[in-house]
Design a protein around this ligand. Structure first.
Ligand SMILES: Cc1cc2nc3c(=O)[nH]c(=O)nc-3n(C[C@H](O)[C@H](O)[C@H](O)COP(=O)(O)O)c2cc1C
Length: 260
């Protein structure tokens, strides 16, 4: 006997057929996005070496992030994609929030048992990507991660709203769960357990990482697709500065222009 619930048996085929019949254009548009195109920067508004605010990529990142923070249409300028990979090179990517940066690197927080954390345990190489759509600017960072100290993780956990603290406690991030109810009942159980306390202690399975960059790419989009791409990287051992294609940055960084 079929184990498909009766409401799915009835509703799914009906809604599928009805949607296709009533909205055929929607379906054809979903299949073809070739006409979807927005203007980027004009040829009078390019991003070249002499437009860099600094020859230090961290300062340059700081300048672009500030620009993104000033744009009120960008609600989460600190949102970034984090790409990780297993030790065999199987990639995965997800959005996270960058919670601070300085010369030591870019910090984020997560569950140490999550898929990303398991991948980071055996392969610390990551790539980060910020995209600020209204500015048509993105920054791509490559580096390696290290775990933040317990003190630093605790310090950040303690300033999170209590609801978020409880949420972190309730979620065995990336694990399979029977349904939303199971998560909610765990959350309610924790709410009761910590009802008398203003905040919740950080669980040991939760904490931060710092990404230590070895390359940055600053990208700015051009309408004609001749996008600007300036990459900062360190010279490889024994590699000499080739002045025909490289510019000397600060602190051993070199800057190169990449084809779009
Ligand atoms: C805008 C945005 C910000 C997010 N910020 C975080 C974050 O800072 N930390 C985190 O663990 N997950 C964050 N998430 C959820 C992750 O995208 C992801 O679902 C979760 O970390 C599990 O990923 P994993 O299974 O690959 O480990 C965020 C999601 C979005 C869309």
């Amino acid at each position: 006997m079929s184990r498909v619930p009766i409401h799915l048996k009835v509703k799914l085929p009906f809604s599928w057929i009805a949607t296709r019949t009533l909205f055929p254009r929607l379906f054809s548009q979903m299949a073809d996005l070739s006409g979807m195109r927005k203007p980027y920067h004009s040829t009078e508004d390019v991003f070249d070496i002499d437009h860099l605010i600094s020859l230090d990529p961290l300062q340059q990142f700081n300048a672009w992030l500030h620009e993104a923070c000033k744009d009120k249409t960008i609600l989460e300028p600190n949102a970034m994609a984090l790409a990780t990979a297993t030790k065999d090179g199987v990639p995965s990517v997800r959005m996270i929030l960058m919670k601070g940066f300085d010369v030591s690197g870019f910090r984020f927080f997560t569950n140490y048992n999550s898929r990303k954390a398991i991948e980071l345990n055996t392969n610390p190489r990551v790539s980060l990507m910020f995209y600020w759509e209204p500015l048509k600017k993105s920054v791509r960072i490559e580096g390696t991660v290290e775990k933040l100290s317990e003190e630093k993780s605790t310090e950040y956990f303690s300033v999170r709203p209590k609801d978020s603290q409880l949420g972190a406690l309730a979620s065995n991030q990336s694990s399979v769960i029977s349904g939303r109810d199971a998560l909610l009942s765990k959350y309610k159980e924790l709410q009761e357990q910590y009802a008398q306390q203003e905040s919740v202690p950080k669980p040991e399975f939760w904490g931060g990482y710092v990404v230590k960059p070895f390359a940055y790419e600053f990208w700015q989009g051009q309408t004609n697709r001749l996008h600007d791409r300036l990459r900062f990287r360190k010279l490889r051992e024994g590699e000499l500065l080739d002045e025909s294609v490289m510019h000397k940055g600060e602190d051993g960084w070199v800057i190169e222009r990449l084809c779009p």
